[in-house]
Design a binder for this molecule. Structure first.
Ligand SMILES: [Zn+2]
Ligand SMILES: [Zn+2]
Length: 294
């Protein structure tokens, strides 16, 4: 399967890349190296942290912060990391572009250039052999497993040249743990242990699985309006928890659109916010699918 797309891997850049810097072809299931094992341990530990709420208790303000940090960071992931950096679905000034990148980094889903380049790879090889996270390779793999494969580790700068020219984004991509660490410390300083655990860690875990559900469930569960070459689906429930990303079949059909809900009844909160940002001049040129594409 997928012999043609894999052929691209033969076309390496003409200037030889040192072995250490050469990206491993995405989609390969490689046994975890020490760095991957460290990430797996940290990832598993963070899932256990919310249990501490039994000791710290949770206040109404911790719950408010949990929900707010989920929604705000989900917006930055969907509207920023995904629709802007991976798909260039609208335009931003350089300052707003940096704000979007910092906001996305707060979600602790690695760096902006890594995220967007990996996602571009997903669209190019959707549900083929070299897709990094197709459910055809296992639902657990598509949801979480692929993140820990050494094949998924490097940022493929060749695939994200358009944004890798900005030094502030390259810095942020390298030090992607800085923003979420600052956010975690801030929640502790504001609300103590219960806000750190309930407001930050619980929200982060929920946010992870909300985002990951698009890689796993949105290729399995839902309806297919368009006969795309992949398994993408439209699903209202996934659209609600991801602020509009659940219209994934629409998105695979017409990737560069700023809206993923194509009709008024397809709720797409991220797009509504982008529309509001465009009214006040903070975003512009929101791309929409042409009538013939619908
Ligand atoms: Zn997809
Ligand atoms: Zn996409």
């Amino acid at each position: 399967m997928a012999s043609a797309p894999n052929a691209e891997l033969l076309h390496q850049p003409s200037t030889p890349t040192p072995d250490a810097a050469r990206p491993v072809p995405t989609g390969q299931r490689l046994p975890p190296r020490w760095a991957s094992r460290l990430t797996i341990s940290a990832f598993a530990a963070i899932h256990v942290v919310p249990i501490a709420l039994f000791w710290t208790g949770i206040t109404i303000w911790d719950a408010v912060v949990c929900v707010a940090l989920y929604l705000v960071r989900m917006f930055f992931i969907t509207a920023g990391y995904h629709r802007y950096f991976a798909h260039r679905a609208y335009k931003l000034g350089r300052f707003m572009q940096f704000i979007m990148a910092v906001g996305g980094s707060l979600a602790a889903q690695k760096g902006v250039l890594w995220w967007a380049s990996t996602h571009r790879h997903h669209h190019k090889y959707s549900d083929l052999d070299s897709d990094a996270h197709s459910p055809r390779h296992g639902v657990f793999w598509s949801h979480i497993g692929w993140i820990f494969s050494p094949a998924s580790e490097p940022t493929d700068y060749d695939r994200i040249k358009d944004f890798a020219k900005y030094p502030e984004l390259v810095w942020l991509d390298k030090y992607y743990l800085v923003p979420p660490t600052v956010l975690g410390v801030a929640t502790f300083l504001v609300g103590g242990w219960s806000m750190l655990v309930g407001g930050f860690f619980l929200s982060t875990v929920l946010l992870w699985h909300g985002t990951f559900s698009i890689n796993s469930l949105a290729h399995i569960w839902g309806s297919r309006r368009y006969a795309t070459t992949d398994d993408s689906r439209n699903n209202l429930w996934l659209a609600l928890i991801t602020l509009g990303e659940g219209w994934h079949n629409n998105h695979h059909h017409y990737q560069s659109s700023a809206n993923q809900g194509f009709y008024w009844w397809e709720i797409d909160v991220s797009f509504y916010v982008l529309k509001a940002l465009s009214w006040v001049g903070l975003a512009s040129d929101l791309r929409r699918p042409p009538k013939r594409a619908l």
